[in-house]
Ligand binder design. Structure first.
Ligand code: GDP
Ligand code: IMO
Ligand code: MG
Length: 435
């Protein structure tokens, strides 16, 4: 039965939270497969707005099993606060499962992330300061702590004592205070006690669900252009948001994925540093930022805003093997006289239509635009594609043509119901595996 991956096609904040929540109504399980509390996913249900950092965006439905997969890095303090926030707002969190193998973001990871960004000065990545890079770094270096380690003080003491001396040396060299083993063991053990009831073997949870024939959604955080391998390194995050990451971080094999839904918005935004060829510095950009409330969910930083760029779109659709696309925030473009769509770059005097893997080539790229007539009227209340202004339909059709993949939903507002659904046949279905 179907496993559907939801993946951001741009630099994050494409509206994955809204899309996941929208689709979650029809599924049994939603799994976050990478990233950590650098993510901020917004779900608007009626008059209620939820900002989720670690729990998958299906958590608002009581029937959903919400899984934080092995590929996620978990700051237990953030998770506890989020579970408490949800419970206080009447959401049942008893079905939130956390992989025992997910790595733990320790206080020294957060401190190192922030101190390192300070030291980089103008060359900083502009991270969310959540300790993401140092935690994934320790995971690769085999110095990390996993969630299950929180349950055993002896293991905690041994692993923290092994990792901490180097961390303290680095922190001291960067002028930041260090930590003691004792305080960290106490803190971590308390987290373990609080979260133990949520721990599980997430891989078998997901595998059993698929074997039962349940529909599983795998929710990506960040986006393809922030992918550690596929984004503009080093201005990327430290995990693999691309669809392949759903396999390693969610505990499924590539042949278990039936559908890969790409989520994008009708223009571009980026938080943090790094090349952004279509970035706008004028009133049009400021207007989009204002109408689209383009401020980081996690850090509150203003997001950089630009025109939609089809060059990385084609790349993203290729590396994710997207079978369908969701287009969000079309409503934000109402009232713009001329909408520009980047169709290629000029780099060193040559027209380039493929996303350059070289960061330096990208930083020399000048966008080549195709202009589209805009539309005046608000479209929040439109519920069928045919009722959109003709100019909006032409713009959507152009995006779809560049993607080469059907746009199955068009979103015209943050609320669940502000969604245009098109007839949609999932690309392929596999026969159910024998039990
Ligand atoms: P995510 O990180 O991909 O889940 O996206 P964020 O939640 O960080 O940012 C998307 C923002 O746009 C949120 O505030 C959403 O409520 C909002 N949003 C999503 N879809 C739409 C839409 O179609 N129109 C408008 N106006 N807002 C939207
Ligand atoms: P969601 O899931 C937008 C960006 C940071 C920075 C870079 C590295 O809400 O789309 P990190 O803290 O991960 O080491 O920062 O990645 N970034 C995001 N930008 N949306 C996100 O998540 C992001 N998560 C990280 O701004 O440029
Ligand atoms: Mg976000």
């Amino acid at each position: 039965m179907p496993a559907t991956v939801i993946v951001g096609l741009q630099w994050g904040d494409e509206g994955k939270g809204k899309t996941t929540d929208f689709l979650a109504e029809q599924v049994a399980m939603v799994v976050r497969y990478q990233g950590g509390d650098n993510a901020g996913h917004t779900v608007v249900a009626g008059t209620e707005t939820f900002k989720l950092q670690l729990c998958p965006s299906g958590v608002l439905y009581p029937h959903i099993t919400s899984v934080i997969g092995n590929g996620v890095v978990v700051n237990p303090a953030t998770l506890i606060a989020e579970l408490e926030m949800l419970a206080a707002r009447g959401i049942d969190v008893s079905k939130v499962r956390v992989s025992r193998s997910a790595h733990v973001i320790m206080p020294y990871h957060v401190a190192l992330d922030r101190a390192n960004e300070g030291r980089l000065g103008g060359a900083r990545v502009g991270t969310t300061g959540r300790g993401i890079g140092p935690t994934y770094g320790d995971r690769a270096w085999r110095l990390g702590l996993r969630m299950e380690d929180l349950l055993d003080r002896e293991v905690l003491r041994e692993r923290i004592a092994r990792a901490l001396p180097d961390k303290n040396l680095l922190l001291e060299a960067m002028g930041a205070p260090g930590f003691t083993v004792d305080e960290l063991v106490d803190q971590a053990a308390a987290w373990g006690e609080r979260l133990a009831q949520h721990f599980d073997d997430s891989t078998w949870l997901v595998q059993d669900a698929l074997r039962r024939g349940d529909h599983v959604l795998l929710e990506g955080a960040q986006g393809t252009l922030l992918d550690l391998d596929h984004g503009s390194y080093p201005f990327v995050t430290s995990s693999n948001p691309v669809a392949g990451g759903a396999c390693t971080g969610g505990g499924i094999g590539p042949l278990q994925v039936d559908e890969v839904i790409g989520v994008m918005k009708a223009y571009s935004t980026r938080v943090g540093s790094g090349p952004f060829p279509t970035e706008l510095f004028d009133d049009v950009g400021r207007g989009i930022a204002e109408r689209g409330h383009e401020f980081g969910t996690v850090t509150g930083r203003p997001r950089r805003v630009g025109w939609f760029d089809t060059v990385p779109l084609r790349y993203a659709v290729a590396v994710n093997s997207n079978s369908a696309i969701v287009l969000n925030k079309l409503d934000i473009l109402s009232g713009i006289k001329t909408i520009r769509l980047c169709v290629a770059y000029e780099i060193d005097g040559k027209r380039v239509e493929t996303w350059p893997s070289s960061g330096s080539a990208l930083s020399r790229a000048t966008p080549i635009y195709e202009d589209f007539e805009g539309w005046e009227q608000p479209i929040h209340d439109v519920r069928s594609l045919g009722d959109l202004p003709e100019a909006a339909r032409r713009y959507v059709a152009a995006l779809e043509e560049h993607a080469g993949v059907p746009i199955v939903f068009v979103s015209v507002g943050p609320e669940r119901t502000q969604t245009i659904e098109r007839a949609w046949r999932p690309m392929r279905h596999r026969p159910t595996m024998p039990a």
